[in-house]
Design a protein around this ligand. Structure first.
Ligand code: ZN
Ligand code: ZN
Length: 243
């Protein structure tokens, strides 16, 4: 199993879980607590639980999945071509898009960045889980913001007093929504402009779609939305031969 022993990253990842869980618990106590909102409250409680669960599962998979480290001792990195530069730290020939991460201590294929909040690099093999983590976090936070802004939505009379802990929940939800939606937008921009993947010979939306399908697994299916399903791709080496 892949695991990065970085104290700062581990603290940031733990803080992410704490924020998500505390936001979810605060929302649930408001929806299902003493001033319960009936059937609407229960339905929103189930939805917020599902979104928080999906976000946490995607976070766990991002953190514990090898992001695409070049195998050590293989002489040259998979997919490298003659003339590709050699990494000064691990000595491997690096294919286009691969970079050395000093935190992970490895060269990572098609790496985007090292994200302390998931305590891992975001690269070719865990990009799907990172995309899902940002997507479900943004949706969970948006759901909480809508419920806070419209008491009628959660089955409470309009004008009913603000719930206890509303300010904390508002801050957590706002922070979560802004952070996750910006990260999601940046990831989608990267997929649109990535020239190292299967979409490299393509342009515009077609390139973006091919890169997205490459990250999420082919063929397109509902499994794209599941943090439990690993993306299906051709084996490394044969990766770019198939269109
Ligand atoms: Zn390296
Ligand atoms: Zn890294």
């Amino acid at each position: 199993m892949w695991f990065v022993w970085d104290p700062v990253g581990l603290a940031c990842a733990a803080a992410t879980w704490l924020l998500l869980l505390s936001g979810w618990a605060a929302l649930l106590s408001e929806l299902l607590g003493p001033a319960r909102g009936g059937a609407e409250g229960a339905a929103h409680g189930a939805l917020s639980t599902a979104l928080a669960g999906l976000a946490l599962a995607a976070h766990g998979r991002t953190m514990l999945t090898d992001p695409g480290a070049l195998p050590l001792g293989a002489g040259s990195g998979l997919g490298a071509e003659p003339g590709d530069p050699r990494c000064s730290a691990c000595g491997l020939a690096r294919p286009a898009g691969a970079h050395h991460c000093s935190v992970c201590g490895r060269c990572i294929r098609r790496v985007d960045h090292h994200c302390p909040w998931v305590n891992n690099c975001v690269g070719e093999d865990n990009r799907k889980f990172f995309l899902l983590f940002t997507l479900y976090t943004a949706l969970a936070a948006l759901h909480a913001l809508l419920l806070l802004g419209a008491p009628a939505l959660r089955g409470h009379a309009p004008g009913s007093p603000a719930p206890r802990g509303a300010l904390l929940l508002l801050l957590v939800a706002l922070y979560g929504f802004l952070f996750a939606s910006v990260m999601l937008a940046l990831q989608l921009c990267t997929l649109c402009t990535d020239r190292t993947g299967r979409g490299r010979g393509e342009r515009g939306w077609r390139a973006a779609w091919m890169n997205l399908a490459d990250a999420m697994g082919r063929p397109p299916s509902l499994a794209w939305l599941s943090p439990c399903a690993s993306p299906r791709r051709p084996r490394a080496g044969a990766r770019y031969a198939e269109v």
